[in-house]
Write a protein that binds this ligand. Sequence first.
Ligand code: FES
Length: 169
Amino acid sequence: MSNASAAEELPTEEIDLALANEVIDKYLTLPGNLMPVLQGIQDGYGFVPKPTIDLVAERLNVYPSQIYGVLTFYAQFHLKPRGKYIIRVCVGTACHVQGAERITETFFDRLHIGHAETSADLRYTFEKVACLGACGMAPLAMVNDDTYGKMTVQKVDEIIETYNQRPMK
Ligand code: FES
């Protein structure tokens, strides 16, 4: 994704910049402060909203293009809102052999979202991920910090039913 296209896709709604200003205040005089500032902003908002990028550029005296460069280079940063429940399906070799593709496709089908997408109600974000280090439980899925091994299509439906009942706050 180019920096320009990343900027075009960003949500443009108004946000309260007080939190971003607090984060910037905290790191303002420290050398190498761009990464901790961006991390602090993401921790606070759940992603890095566009208005905070303009604010960081102005207050840290860096070009917005530099900030987009950092944000798009490091996978830990997100430029769009994420779901409350992050579903990760492992597509590493062991999980692939055990049918991860079918699990992935079932999530896509049930949630109407694809890889790295978030449902319109912000309940779910779906991500395919590399080996999660528990190959003996393949195929493996996670929802936030909860692990689900030996996944089946039926388990996909059970997981979705469970998390559909969970609160959004
Ligand atoms: S390949 Fe999926 S957990 Fe290792």
